[in-house]
Design a protein around this ligand. Sequence first.
Ligand code: HEM
Length: 71
Amino acid sequence: MSAGRVIRQLHRWVSMLFVLTVVANFAAMAVGPPPPWITYAPLLPLALLLPSGLYLFVLPYRARGTPEGSA
Ligand code: HEM
């Protein structure tokens, strides 16, 4: 598996983890003020999504030849 594929899989699964932490925030807020560890839980997956997402963004431009999908 190439590095790009590994990063893409990481980005995909961490994004689902991020969604779960956001859902947990809304669920906790419905019950009462959430504890700080729930409030800040999305920040860790988001911190992984930012660099992996930026890496996925530059991947087609870094590749030799023309970017994917262009003429
Ligand atoms: C934080 C900044 C983020 C950046 C810069 C970013 C950037 C990107 C880029 C460039 C791609 C590849 C698009 C392509 O060429 O096909 C991608 C794919 C994707 N992103 Fe993000 N993203 C970010 C955050 C998120 C978040 C918050 C979610 C969802 C909660 C998310 C979910 C996904 C998914 C599911 C894919 C498709 C992965 C795959 O092909 O398997 N991303 N993202």
